[in-house]
Design a protein around this ligand. Sequence first.
Ligand SMILES: [Zn+2]
Ligand SMILES: [Zn+2]
Length: 340
Amino acid sequence: MTSKMKVAQISKPGGAFELVEREIPEPGAGQVRVKVEACGICHSDVLVKEGLWPGLQYPRVPGHEIAGRVDTIGSNVVEWKKGQRVGVGWHGGHCFVCAQCKRGDFAMCVNRKVTGLDFDGGYAEYMIAPAAALAAIPDELPAEEAGPFMCAGVTVYNALRNSGARGGDVVAVHGIGGLGHLGVQYARQMGFVTVALGRGKDKEALAKKLGAHRYIDTDAADAVAELQKLGGARVILATAPNAKAISGVVEGLSPNGNLLVPAAPNDPLTVSVLSLIMGRRSVSGCYSGTAKDSQDTLEFSAVTGVHPMIEKYPLSRAADAYEQMHSGKVRFRVVLTMEE
Ligand SMILES: [Zn+2]
Ligand SMILES: [Zn+2]
């Protein structure tokens, strides 16, 4: 085996992707080396590209939607074996000793690490990950599908399963994009009356194919009135990165309804607090999940037949792949693959 690997790195805030050779790194105690097979491109990779993450050190290899195989195991790793298929997501490990970790809430660890931000991620042939950040990939999931489940997938899956909605409740997914196209599938498979909210008539057929029982074209109809005809939505999963559009659907919630926001729009939301009070409604942020949450996402997706819609690019075209992601033209997730 050669001792070199290819990576796509960013060297400074606003810098271009550079395809460079590096030494293949060795895992330390509690770590494994993953031979990357696929890595999804997430909107939040912009944090590395443009230097928007506090304390980020360059050069940095982005990428936190990783699927591959355990290649080498460091000391003190007992649960993983060489050759095992694993995913690594946004949650890149935790300290086990802070107050949140002592409560078992590892995602809220005050010393948590983020893959591809705090350490090098998956735009690479190999990467090093803490053993505590690994999820096992079921055999039936190909790597290029497992990758996007490690951030986009787990974020919406966790948001929905922890939302308090029960089977039969109305759950609306606002926006049919990278997160939303998975959100519609999960909402349907979790037994919710699934309503997709999108812009334009042309998204209706796709939304229904993904499992939506109903589609509301927000350009043509009053989304709030349409949702209220159904009794209001117990949950609205707001995936469209548009603060004005998100703010505009809050009154479509039922009493005790919850607007879940898994991705950050650039602008603040504008919400009538009186409407929150009178309907006992809430607005909540959704934070990714731990490795076990990701593994649950992978397993649920495999048994229920949830699939990401992807466009594949080789690692050597990381810059094009990233542009495609940010152009908004992608349907719906761009995935880098390590085979040319
Ligand atoms: Zn992400
Ligand atoms: Zn901790």
